[in-house]
Design a protein around this ligand. Structure first.
Ligand code: HEC
Ligand code: HEC
Length: 442
């Protein structure tokens, strides 16, 4: 009887995940399942418990919820792994029989169907075990404190900002008592303090602004970040049809367009800060990892590890990054990191005239090489003896570092394409992404 019922119960669960489900068939040992994106937070981290927000979500976000795979936009095979609700709705979690969970089976699969698919690194035994244990422990939306994890998916005023204002600000900034002329529930007032910078200036304790909350401690990192994200009206999920709907503003530094390419090219490299190496726990492959492990303090570059490590001398906090023999960041590159942090360290991006999603060799890389390089790099007169006439030539140049070194105009390489301007960043990034992806011949 029991054995016939349990699969039935799980399919009922799978069918009705979007709301509150109370099983009313008298099966009292079944827990009520309430799916929501507000984790229950325990102050202490229990070594025997696997926490969704601390342990599982960061892994899903960095290895599965990537663009083109299981992000909200793509949702391959209907599976979205960006947040708790989506995981519970789409990943086929089976708390009665963890090994039968669709996500677990996909990770355990051998060959072409394994997730994440080759050439991505498979999950380690420990990671797989952790997923199993989390499901076995009831697939809860739990979190333990003592970390800097901050859920910035779908930040809204009512969900993320208002509760902070209610706790810390409204007492002095309401309609009856608008200190400094500011009622923080009045959107016209809010628009003014966002536009003139005083909201950000005051909560980040910037010089020239009254520090807020007045007389209190500075808001937490996560609270300030959510306010910054909301204030910038950043679209974390691009509109349907692709793109961001935001053309690039020359005064704004964008994470995806400007910062991430720099990190991917210089820091998130093998042996350093990628998913497998993560020296000192720092992973610089994507926004969530950067924010959770890079010591970024929005609005405060000098207090941010990610920025400080780029310097020697007085700002020195640790060994200079990237470590020699890699060239240090140029002033221009340091300013990209600095301005991005100053502007709130947002997960923002804008539409360039070029698309780096779905980078392939034939569709993205080869068109650049063949139009900009092959001319001088083929046959017996190939410039510097370097051949760039086909796929394997390009792989060889990429493998010995000269391809990126020359097109990035790095010290020690002849700047390429010779005698003409540097390639647009977007084209350089396209080639870097293809290299980071393992240089598939696709
Ligand atoms: C104890 C009362 C009090 C609390 C709590 C408080 N404020 Fe204020 N706030 C004031 C007063 C008074 C002013 C007018 C400037 C001054 O006297 O410092 C002000 C000014 C401001 C300004 C203008 C700052 C400037 O430099 O021009 C902003 C923005 C602001 N508050 C936002 C907030 C936010 C956001 C919070 C909660 C995180 C908050 N305040 C909490 C009393 C308070
Ligand atoms: C106008 C001819 C010309 C073009 C166009 C050109 N190259 Fe070169 N390339 C050369 C010559 C000549 C050398 C030998 C070094 C030198 O004279 O600077 C060279 C050297 C190189 C090297 C070796 C660099 C080193 O010093 O380690 C690489 C790698 C390279 N080119 C890649 C490229 C790539 C990639 C492109 C296209 C983005 C490109 N080249 C476009 C002429 C060219």
């Amino acid at each position: 009887m029991i054995f016939r019922r349990e699969p039935l119960i799980s399919s009922i669960i799978l069918l009705f995940l979007s709301g509150l489900l109370v099983l009313t068939d008298g099966c009292k040992h079944e827990p009520d399942i309430f799916f929501n994106n507000n984790p229950s937070i325990s102050p202490e981290c229990n070594g025997d418990t696997v926490y969704f927000q601390n342990d599982i979500l960061p892994l899903l976000v960095s290895t599965c919820a990537t663009s083109g795979c299981h992000d909200a936009q793509t949702g391959r095979e209907g599976v979205v792994l960006t947040d708790y609700n989506s995981v519970m709705k789409t990943a086929g979690i089976n708390v009665n029989n963890p090994a039968e969970s669709k996500i677990y089976k996909a990770i355990m699969e051998n060959g072409d169907d394994r997730m994440p698919p080759s050439p991505a690194t498979p999950w380690s035994q420990d990671q797989i075990q952790m997923l199993y244990t989390w499901i076995e422990q009831g697939a809860l939306n739990n979190r333990c404190a003592g970390d800097s994890i901050c859920d910035t998916t779908n930040v809204t005023f009512n969900k993320d900002v208002l509760p902070v204002f209610e706790t810390y600000c409204l007492g002095c900034h309401n309609a009856n008592n608008p200190s400094g002329g500011i009622d923080l529930q009045n959107f016209d007032n809010l628009a003014v303090i966002i536009d003139n910078g005083s909201l950000s200036g005051s909560i980040n304790f910037e010089p020239g602004y009254s520090p807020m909350p007045k007389g209190g401690n500075q808001l937490g990192f996560c609270e300030r970040r959510k306010i910054a994200i909301w204030a910038a009206d950043t679209t974390l999920t691009p509109p349907p049809g692709g793109g961001t709907g935001h053309p690039c503003d020359p005064d704004t530094t964008y994470f995806e367009n400007d910062v991430l390419p720099l990190l991917l090219g210089n820091c998130a490299t093998t042996g350093c800060h990628n998913q497998t190496s993560h020296q000192e726990g720092v992973i610089l492959t994507d926004y969530t990892s950067v924010m959770n492990t890079g010591g970024v303090k929005p609005g405060n570059p000098n207090g941010s590890k990610l920025y400080k490590v780029l310097f020697g001398g007085d700002m020195r906090d640790d060994d200079i990054m990237p470590p020699p023999p890699a060239p240090p960041f140029t002033t221009e590159q340091k300013n990209i990191i600095k301005n991005w942090i100053l502007q709130g360290a947002l997960n923002n991006r804008c539409d360039e005239d070029c698309d780096t999603t779905n980078v392939t060799f034939s569709g993205s890389v080869w068109p650049i090489i063949s139009t900009r390089c092959t001319g001088c790099h083929t046959g017996s007169g190939a410039g510097g003896g370097v051949h760039l006439a086909n796929y394997s030539d390009v792989v060889a140049a990429a493998n010995n570092g000269s391809l990126m070194g020359s097109i990035r105009h790095e010290a020690g390489y002849s700047p390429m394409p010779k005698n003409s301007g540097k390639l647009p960043d977007c084209k350089i990034n396209t080639i870097q992404i293809w290299i980071n992806n393992g240089m598939p011949n696709d």
